[in-house]
Write a protein that binds this ligand. Structure first.
Ligand code: MEV
Length: 319
């Protein structure tokens, strides 16, 4: 049996713009998805997902092309793509477990996809480079969602904090010294594909304006990259505020996000922004250590602080 785990992620800068081939900065977080896998002697594929509504799902290697329930779609599409690419086939017993709820928007789908591909490469003795794991996992996510930059897939594979250019054109590890974040959950689930498609529609009408904002997003990402190196938290906080202003102007923020962001800033955060697609999910605030308690208390009045550490290790084989 192999046991694999991969981290979730938080987008720090460059949300949405990255879908258009622009850069972003993403950090892997210590909330992990894990997948246990074993080959079977028959052609059954049995997925046990005790934390999901579906519980146990039984299918077979002959049925991988059929429409599957959303809870097991990423695992089964990853298996289908792996079998096709490497011309292998076998029944499987699989168990998936999450250390975090999929409602936070930490990227559980990409983490489970990466864990599945990595697990299959171990089970079938196929040597895959990180880039190859990225390409097959990203293809799997696109097969299902049709939109997405792949930044979450890269975070799950490489871990740490990375500079990522949309589609995986560039993936560079960054040297992060300090990142005192507070993460606040709004209590509302954002729907990434809908928000991404909504902005695409808006861009059809206001292309010049929105592309000019993406140019500013690029500048924010490149300046933040420099300030990460020197841990200039005050400037990084200001850059978060600029970045959030852009995202808000795209119409992807929400009342809940705005309330948490304003509260965090009023309570002494250097800066705050939504993280990811918006519409709900989580916001992040960069805080001076002496203000952390106050910011957390303020966020807990309106939403919930989620305990998260950045810069987590990428996909790994668990012993
Ligand atoms: C979603 O978490 C982040 C977006 O930039 C989409 C993506 O990059 O795939 C909105």
């Amino acid at each position: 049996m192999v046991r694999i785990s991969a981290p979730g992620k938080l987008m720090l800068f460059g949300d949405h713009a990255v879908v258009y081939g622009r850069p972003c900065i993403v950090t892997a977080v210590n909330h992990r998805m894990s997948v246990n896998m074993e080959r079977r002697t028959d052609n059954k594929i049995i997925i046990n997902a005790p934390q999901m509504k579906i519980g146990t799902y039984i299918t077979s290697t002959e049925e991988l092309d059929k429409e599957n329930p959303k809870e097991v779609k990423f695992v089964l599409t990853a298996i289908k793509n792996f079998f096709k690419k490497y011309n292998v086939r076998s029944g499987l017993d699989i168990e998936t477990k999450s250390k975090f709820s999929s409602k936070f928007g930490f990227g559980s789908s990409s983490a489970v996809t990466v864990s599945t591909i990595k697990g299959l490469s171990e089970l079938f003795n196929v040597e895959m480079s990180k880039n190859e794991v990225f390409d097959l996992s990203y293809k799997t996510v696109l097969d299902i969602q049709s939109v997405g930059s792949g930044f979450d897939v890269a975070a799950a594979i490489y871990g740490g904090t990375i500079y990522f250019v949309g589609g995986g054109k560039k993936i560079k590890q960054m040297n992060l010294k300090k990142l005192p974040l507070v993460v606040g959950y709004t209590g509302v689930k954002g729907d990434t594909p809908t928000l991404v498609k909504g902005l695409a529609k808006k861009r059809e009408k206001y292309k010049e304006l929105i592309d000019a904002k993406f140019d500013i997003s690029d500048k924010i990402v490149s300046q933040s990259r420099e300030h990460f190196e020197t841990s200039n938290l005050e400037v990084l906080g200001e850059l978060m505020n600029f970045n959030h202003g852009l995202l808000n102007s795209f119409g992807v923020s929400s009342l809940e996000l705005e309330s948490l962001i304003q509260k965090a800033k009023k309570s002494g955060a250097y800066g705050a922004k939504l993280s990811g697609a918006g519409g709900g999910d989580c916001m992040i605030a960069l805080v001076p250590e002496e203000k952390r308690k106050g910011v957390e208390k303020a966020i807990n009045q309106l939403g919930a602080v989620i305990n998260v550490s950045p810069n987590a290790e990428g996909v790994r084989i668990e012993k």
